[in-house]
Design a protein around this ligand. Structure first.
Ligand code: FCB
Length: 447
């Protein structure tokens, strides 16, 4: 791609890069920040592939000014980041001004370069002291308190705010599969966890809107596109179950709809915590929806008693299958999926305007003689841009694209072993080196 298609031109389309607090900030005890479930999870042996943690990460807490300058140099005019709840709220629910001050200085720096902030309030780093975490309905009310506090202290400088990032990961990776913090394996609880997250979202929207009416408010989801392994009815059914879990569990409450009966039948016993009126809260009107897209999944009928509880077994892409191209983390490169999943969603739910809030690839190409030729990432990004441009041309209301990520960072359970940045980070020296993909994006934004 030499030139951006007209409908992706930065003159009329929002172009940015994305990060999240725990993945880049470090400084996990600085300024009175309280511990989070991810600090705790990292401290448990065997949880993180390279036994690393977020205590330093990209040291963005101290280097934010340089990082903002870097994004400005690369031509980004929009920046999606998350605010760490644990930095701005003390354990006794009072405001931590040192944390507010950090984000205030970050916003000053962004303003200096005319970069518009796009904030997410919760990107998985839940304060540990909230007893029971998302199993506890009360956490949703604490989230609303936190939201109100951010609205009051920083809100007039935040034009666009998402409540949650990818609540499916919090609920199902965190409480069913146990591969993300807090590491629980209790499938039965995950739908009520999902409910508490969506309740938090709705209460958060109410808390913010009652204080500031001009902010554009939404949520960020990672919708699933799941294809069956074969055309056998049991595989088709399995793929459907995976999509119900990942999509309908969150999109239905957002639009005031009951969960699909098949999910309720599967998980129904755990839903005693839902109260009358909850659906009206979870379906507060949205100004936008953020969608993160990386890959598709393939499912087959459950192949173990463990998976029988879920109704599907995922079939990871086979690295030996030459018909498929994989990124370094093993995810299939499937740009057509962006179109298919967005079309599925717009056909089934009355979506507000869409922002693609994350898209990118793990490409672990090293820096050699000062340059990093991450050709796979370059091609991944351009192929997805082409599909997004087609979607817009076909009438889908997509208003922005954020590449994940500005920097190589702490990739959750993979630690620092998978690199998603368009800028390389040497974690020994903290030296940042823009990769070929960053220079490609810079050239495209100029074109
Ligand atoms: C998404 C997360 C983001 C990052 C990418 C690779 O699911 O939102 O933090 O880890 O995956």
């Amino acid at each position: 791609m030499k030139k951006l298609p007209e409908n992706l031109s930065p003159n009329n389309f929002e172009w940015g890069c994305a990060t999240s607090s725990f993945q880049i900030e470090g400084g996990t005890t600085a300024g009175g920040r309280v511990a989070t479930i991810w600090d705790d999870f990292c401290a448990q042996p065997g949880r993180i592939k390279d036994a690393s943690d977020g205590s330093v990460a990209c040291d963005h807490f101290h280097r934010y000014a340089g990082d903002v300058k870097l994004m400005a140099d690369l031509g980004f005019k929009h920046y999606r980041f998350s605010i760490a709840w644990a930095r701005v709220v003390n354990a006794d629910n009072t405001v931590n001004m040192a944390g507010i001050d950090f984000y205030s200085r970050l916003l000053d720096e962004l303003a200096k370069y005319d970069i518009t902030p796009n904030a997410t309030l919760f990107h998985w780093d839940l304060p540990s002291h909230l007893e029971g975490g998302w199993l506890n309905r009360d956490t949703a009310y604490r989230f609303a308190d936190y939201t109100a506090l951010v609205a009051e202290r920083l809100g007039d400088r935040l034009p666009r705010v998402a409540t949650l990032n990818e609540p499916w990961c919090s609920a199902f990776l965190g409480y069913d599969l146990g591969v993300f913090a807090p590491g629980h394996k209790n499938r039965e609880s995950s739908l009520s966890v999902a409910h508490h997250l969506m309740l938090a979202h709705g209460l958060g929207i109410q808390a913010w809107r009652s204080r500031l009416s001009q902010t554009s408010l939404g949520i960020v989801l990672n919708p699933e596109l799941c294809d069956p392994l074969t055309t056998k009815p049991e595989d088709v059914q399995a793929a459907k179950m995976a999509e119900y879990e990942r999509n309908d569990s969150f999109l239905n409450p957002l639009f005031g709809r009951e969960w699909p009966s098949m999910l309720l039948d599967q998980m129904g016993s755990s839903l005693s915590d839902r109260q009358a009126g909850d659906l009206a809260i979870t379906s507060e009107p949205l100004d936008f929806i953020g969608l993160n897209y990386y890959t598709r999944s393939i499912a087959r009928a459950p192949s173990s008693s463990e998976d029988a509880k879920r109704g599907y077994t995922f079939v990871p892409p086979d690295a030996a299958d030459k018909t498929k191209q994989l990124t370094d983390i093993g995810w299939e490169i499937y740009p057509e999926g962006l179109k298919r999943v967005v079309n599925n969603l717009t056909q089934n739910w009355p979506l507000p305007p869409i922002w693609i809030t994350e898209n990118g690839a793990a490409d672990n190409t090293p820096v050699i003689n000062g340059s990093c030729d991450d050709d796979m990432r370059c091609s991944y990004i351009t192929q997805h841009l082409e599909k997004m441009s087609e979607l817009i041309a076909e009438g889908t209301d997509i208003r922005g694209y954020y590449v994940w990520s500005l920097l190589d960072n702490f990739e959750w359970a993979h630690g620092y072993s998978e690199r998603f940045g368009v800028v390389h980070v040497d974690f020994e020296t903290q030296v940042r080196t823009p990769k070929k993909s960053a220079l490609m994006v810079k050239a495209l934004l100029k074109s």
